[in-house]
Design a protein around this ligand. Structure first.
Ligand SMILES: [Zn+2]
Length: 142
């Protein structure tokens, strides 16, 4: 399918938002990365002396790893959005190639899918995720 360039009048507006968001994410990212590497430097022995302490440490580490992963994903999305701008494809849904509504772009400037496709993907993902959640000890967020 041939994709035509999406004409967005305020493309520069979105570019500015994406670039400043990118800086913000990079800053968060390096702070988290620093935090993530700290315990490895500080804690000498691999085996913790106190089990409760180890639990907290692991939780913190897991948390940081999750946050890092999250920031990395956002960064990827922003980079992809900026690349799309270069190619004149910004604001087009990656799945159905239809224009994403301006309202949606304003809410999430690095969004990749239109509302319909995002809905579909979310349904597929939540189905795939379900067995994993069942294995979790405290699924209180469900
Ligand atoms: Zn779509």
């Amino acid at each position: 399918m041939k994709v035509t360039q999406r004409n967005i009048r305020n493309l520069n507006h979105f570019k500015t938002i994406l670039l400043s968001k990118r800086n913000e994410v990079l800053k968060n990212f390096s702070e988290l990365e620093y935090e993530f590497q700290q315990p490895k430097i500080d804690k000498g022995p691999l085996l913790p002396s106190h089990p409760a302490e180890a639990g907290t440490d692991n939780f913190d580490l897991e948390n940081t790893a999750e946050l890092l992963e999250n920031e990395r994903n956002i960064l990827n999305d922003i980079d992809r959005a900026l690349e799309c701008m270069e190619q004149g494809m910004y604001g087009l849904c990656e799945s159905c190639q239809k224009p994403i509504s301006l309202k949606r772009l304003q809410a999430i400037p690095c969004v990749r899918l239109c509302v319909n496709c995002a809905d579909k993907e979310e349904k597929i993902r939540s189905n795939a995720r379900r067995p994993f959640f069942r294995m979790r000890p405290f699924p209180y967020w469900q």
